[in-house]
Design a protein around this ligand. Structure first.
Ligand code: WQD
Length: 341
């Protein structure tokens, strides 16, 4: 039985991807997480939604010795899916060194491990934030990267460059880089979803928490040069993102990749404003959301959304959830959390 190592497996996208791996593949799954931005009960929710067991390890990926020690006994590893990273734009603005240290050292240690264990496949979580304020929209995988607007986005740009040079020196490791746009929503069951251990910084959980009186939404500016003055993003359902990882694994394991490093945008291709997200939520939740408009947030890109044709043609990936379905799933999850509390 071949194994897949999922780093950040207790996190938002990682846990949703483990659900899809366990339910739709035969891989033995090993999750690595040090719970720096997630909680162990995330695994309990995965177990409730799957019928196969999986191994979990608490490893600090920035500690090379800890990584080797805990993973030394694992063999027949078909691939690594590397989610583990800090991912908040505002937090990275406040503490750049935390982001550079964590996001880059963990990647370096994992690449070294992949080389030593001759692991043939590696999937790297990148982000649309590598584009910065792009000169063209929608962005394609060949759109020239602008200067990152945040240390978070910069760590993803650096990570992609590290991988480029690493694979030139180690062509036996094949890599797929997935540039996520804005992952949102929750598992269709409503039984798991985004569950940050601290106050969320990102829009959709703040919306659903505001709707139940546990947060207060401030919209960061509505005077941007966009179709309605609000920031524009390409929101994509977390399960669609998870599905893309299964397809990327198949793409590599079936040697369909034409280059050592293949790079794909994971977005719906639709640019949606913050106001349109709020309106969609109000529609599906049948409620009026209280919010105020405040100043712009430092580090925010004005508008970014994907040309996703390459993922469609090369990976056979097709996002299934539209904006209303994304908002409804996020709302069902928030209501589930309210019932639990
Ligand atoms: C979205 C929009 C804010 C909070 C995220 C992830 C990052 C990466 C890219 C995957 C912006 C506005 C937000 C609030 C607001 N994804 N907003 N009030 O910054 O686009 O980055 O997607 O790797 O990891 O962080 O997402 O949800 O923070 O912001 O008005 O209280 O919502 O200004 O326009 P962002 P976000």
């Amino acid at each position: 039985m071949k194994s897949i190592i999922v780093t950040g497996g207790a996190g938002y996208i990682g846990s949703h991807t483990i659900i899809e791996l366990l339910n739709n593949t035969d891989y033995n799954v090993i999750s690595i997480d040090n719970f720096s931005n997630s909680a162990a009960n995330s695994y309990d929710r995965v177990k409730a939604l799957t019928s196969r067991s999986f191994q979990t390890l608490n490893v600090d990926l920035c500690n090379d010795n800890d990584l080797r020690l805990q993973l030394s006994g694992i063999n027949n590893i078909a691939g690594i899916i590397h989610f583990a990273a800090f991912k908040s734009v505002p937090e990275s603005m406040a503490d750049p060194v935390l982001y550079y240290f964590n996001n880059i050292n963990s990647l370096n240690n994992l690449l070294k491990f992949a080389k030593e264990k001759s692991i043939p496949n590696f999937i790297f979580s990148s982000s649309c934030s590598v584009y910065g304020n792009a000169d063209e929209l929608p962005v394609t995988e060949h759109t020239k990267l602008k200067k990152a607007e945040s240390p978070y986005g910069h760590t993803k740009q650096i990570g992609e460059e590290i991988i480029e040079f690493f694979t030139r020196a180690n062509p036996s490791v094949n890599v797929v880089i997935l540039r996520y746009f804005n992952p949102v929503g929750a598992h269709i069951s409503g039984l798991t979803g985004e569950s940050p251990i601290n106050k969320p910084n990102n829009l959709v959980p703040i919306i659903t928490q505001t709707a139940v009186g546990k947060n207060s939404l401030t919209v960061f500016g509505n005077d941007f040069n966009t179709h309605d003055g609000y920031c524009v993003r390409d929101y994509v359902h977390v399960t669609d993102i998870a599905d893309a990882h299964i397809k990327a694994l198949d793409y590599l394991s079936q040697h369909k990749n034409k280059k050592n490093v293949s790079l794909f945008n994971l977005g719906t291709g639709k640019g949606v404003s913050v106001l349109e997200v709020i309106k969609s939520f109000e529609k599906v939740a049948q409620t009026k959301l209280n919010y105020k408009v405040g100043p712009r947030r430092e580090g925010d890109v004005v508008s970014v959304y994907a040309n996703n044709n390459l993922a469609k043609t090369e990976l056979g990936w097709e996002p299934q959830f539209d904006l209303d379905a994304m908002m409804l799933s996020a709302w069902k999850w928030q209501q589930h959390l309210e019932q639990q509390s």
